[in-house]
Ligand binder design. Structure first.
Ligand SMILES: O=c1ccn([C@@H]2O[C@H](COP(=O)(O)O)[C@@H](O)[C@H]2O)c(=O)[nH]1
Length: 244
């Protein structure tokens, strides 16, 4: 689906424990398409921890650090993580056009300097834990779907490779922005899993049908007593076309 792998699921390794993350990465190698490391893991373990996860999992890495600051600072942050060679990296679209352009230029320049493939740079639109009421409370004119559409258009204009959004918005964004724009979708829940703190959710199958490029799934897999079986169940359901 992305980066040459048939499995569109990136598993979110949300833990502070390097041993737990590396064990999950190794165990899930054959059952997911990539690994996602975010703020919880990175804040505790930094580059060293990410290198250990990369080594254990040997899968494409989504470094989900959601940079959001002035252009010069974000460009520096992007430069600083480039030695980790992420396949996917992200910033917040609310940082604006100039910040997103600075991030993209920094990623391209530093990748060239290091002799590595640059990451596909994404921008977060509206967090999948937020609904219409949440963004209204935060002073943003709703509904969420309009805000996601505005920010995705800005992201494309700024020259980034795609967005993080809910799969609830995927069909509209796919129509707006074409087949090559990456739609990376957290908030994915099989029918047998709890929604937790996610508010804009779809099933894995709904997400793919709507045009999502990557499905980010954490707790339904990692909190399962058998993470491998949970990941396989999602894959089997997707492959068979069952409604999950
Ligand atoms: O809008 C967003 C952006 C990022 N995330 C991240 O995805 C995973 C989801 O984990 P689950 O356990 O499947 O809920 C998590 O790491 C978030 O930080 C998101 O959920 N929504």
């Amino acid at each position: 689906m992305i980066l040459g792998r048939a499995n569109p699921v990136y598993v979110a390794l949300d833990t502070t424990d390097v041993g737990e993350a590396t064990a999950l990465a190794a165990r899930l190698h054959d059952d997911v398409g990539g690994l996602k490391v975010g703020l919880e893991f990175f804040a505790r373990n930094g580059h060293k921890g990410v290198r250990e996860v990369n080594k254990a999992g040997d899968l494409p890495l989504f470094l989900d650090l959601k940079f959001h600051d002035i252009p010069n600072t974000v460009a520096g942050a992007v430069r600083s993580v480039m030695p980790l060679a992420p396949a996917l990296l992200n910033v917040h679209a609310l940082g604006g056009r100039a910040m997103m352009r600075a991030a993209q230029a920094s990623a391209q320049d530093e990748a060239a300097r290091l002799g590595i493939t640059p990451p596909r740079l994404l921008a977060v639109t509206v967090l999948t834990s937020m609904n219409d009421a949440d963004i209204t409370e935060a002073g943003i004119t709703g509904p969420v779907s309009d805000q996601v559409r505005r920010l995705a258009a800005l992201t494309a204009e700024a020259g980034l490779d795609g967005v993080v959004c809910s799969a609830q918005e995927a069909a509209v964004l796919r129509a707006d922005l074409g087949p090559d724009f990456l739609l990376v979708t957290p908030g994915v829940r099989p029918h047998w899993a709890a929604a937790d703190d996610q508010k804009r959710v779809t099933t894995p199958r709904e997400a793919l049908a709507a045009g999502a490029s990557v499905l980010v799934i954490g707790r339904p897999i990692t909190a399962s007593p058998d993470p491998r079986a949970a990941a396989r169940r999602i894959q089997d359901d997707l492959a068979e076309g069952a409604v999950v």
